[in-house]
Design a protein around this ligand. Sequence first.
Ligand code: GAR
Length: 196
Amino acid sequence: NRNVVILISGGGSNMAAIVRAAEQQRWQARHGIRIAAVVSNRADAGGLAFAREHGIATEVLDHRAHSSREDFDAALARTIDGHQPALVVLAGFMRILTPAFVTHYAGRLVNIHPSLLPAFTGLHTHQRALDAGCRFAGCTVHEVTAELDAGPILEQAVVPVLPGDDAQTLAARVLSQEHLIYPRAVLAHLLRQPAG
Ligand code: GAR
């Protein structure tokens, strides 16, 4: 079995897209891929209810209950490792991860970022793309390395910036593409790994 652990902080629409793809494409029966757990650093993350309704174990680990980033990441890794993951998927997980955490999951940690990397790392990507006068925007699935939003690119999608766009309308157009490319990239990445 290849277990996947998904980390969220909020609405979890990318997590939901991956769970739906796994169900519809029968990842478990066809590839032995199982969404083993959804972990959130916030108890009020909207995605937790969706995960439970789909029979997926959920765990909440509040970063504010830990005195340092190192401490939180160590606890997070223990929680994740309880599910023996072949892949850890960051899906709107809004915490910067320590080098120790990233090293621990080297080669099995991926993220989705709402810009065409290497442009617009960090936050407020859509407003910054609008401010820069970009005609195109998009999203990137990449491997996570110690440097923020800088690991090897696995997949990207492009959308036009349209007249009258604001950060919200652009974000929605990009997000609909995230939901297409992230499940695809996760499956492709898992199928490239030797079966565990
Ligand atoms: C997504 O747009 C994702 O790309 C972005 O947060 C949103 C989460 O939405 N991630 C980052 O900005 C990471 N720094 P979701 O919770 O509905 O998947």
